[in-house]
Design a binder for this molecule. Sequence first.
Ligand code: NI
Length: 178
Amino acid sequence: MEILTLGDPRLRRVADPIQVEDLPKLQPLIDQLIDQLQAAAGVGIAAPQVGQNLQLLILASHPNRRYPDAPLMEPTPLINPQIVSRSADRVLGWEGCLSVPHQRGQVWRDRSVTVAYLDRQGQPQQQVFTDFIARIFQHEYDHLLGKVFLDRIDDPDQVISEADYMQQQSAVEHPAEH
Ligand code: NI
């Protein structure tokens, strides 16, 4: 599956809700999104990123090269997600996006969100996501609203190249000896 990148107008649409009776025929799409994520070593993906204008996203946090500190979770599909409540506090953190290649930006997100959604069997679920997983959720949920993380950044200095980001991170993790 081709991942759409910034500039494609299909990334700017508000996604349609999924009818429960359509879930059986959407199972292959869910599996393809999970495969796509794993191939790209991503931690989240939303159906609009592959041109499917549906309220479907996958959360799949795991430690990897792009996000070495990510917690490990099973790939979790969320259908028609709604934010039920948000924490009072917000945190600033780095984000990247498969649809915004080679850039990283610092984005404010709610520290935790309570989310109601349908699982891939169509069963209603409610879950609290915190910290990094809450960040991934809010990032992917934005894709369902036709938004990307760059839209959440006011200060242009908070967007840098992925190469500079990697350099900064390794400078933090491996301070020069002296
Ligand atoms: Ni994204």
